[in-house]
Design a protein around this ligand. Sequence first.
Ligand code: HEM
Length: 133
Amino acid sequence: MSAGIVILILKIAVVAVTVLWLGSLVALALGKTQLHGRINIVFFGLTLAALIGLEIVVRIISPGIFDNYQHHTESAMSVHLVFSVPSAVLLFVMLFTGLKHKRNFHIAMGILFTVLWTGTFITGIFLLRHELP
Ligand code: HEM
């Protein structure tokens, strides 16, 4: 497996979970709070599964797979990580505060999460190249 394939699979995964997440916001706007919660539990699970999968590939199955890749797109990856790492951490905060009905904090963090996820999406899809060796 090459770095390009891993990036391509992750791009497809990010588009798919983003569609889910947008659906959860539509549910919220329609007043279907429980549906918003259920969709986001799936969103959380799938996103975490993709992250764990990436770590397994990079650390266990093919260590060094990104050595050559990073050489080509080091700055793009750094910008992407500025958004993606905090949004991965916030995912846990979002799930916890949603389930515990800490409404105001959940909404405030939701605004921050939206900014970070948008950055993750744009930098991940458009800055990172998947056609490199
Ligand atoms: C823009 C982002 C988001 C906004 C504005 C938002 C807003 C809300 C609001 C207003 C509620 C109702 C809270 C209450 O009345 O107690 C809620 C519930 C919930 N949210 Fe979010 N949310 C967002 C993202 C997320 C994310 C990313 C997750 C999980 C990863 C999540 C998980 C939940 C859960 C589990 C509930 C509880 C649903 C239930 O009562 O059954 N939310 N959210």
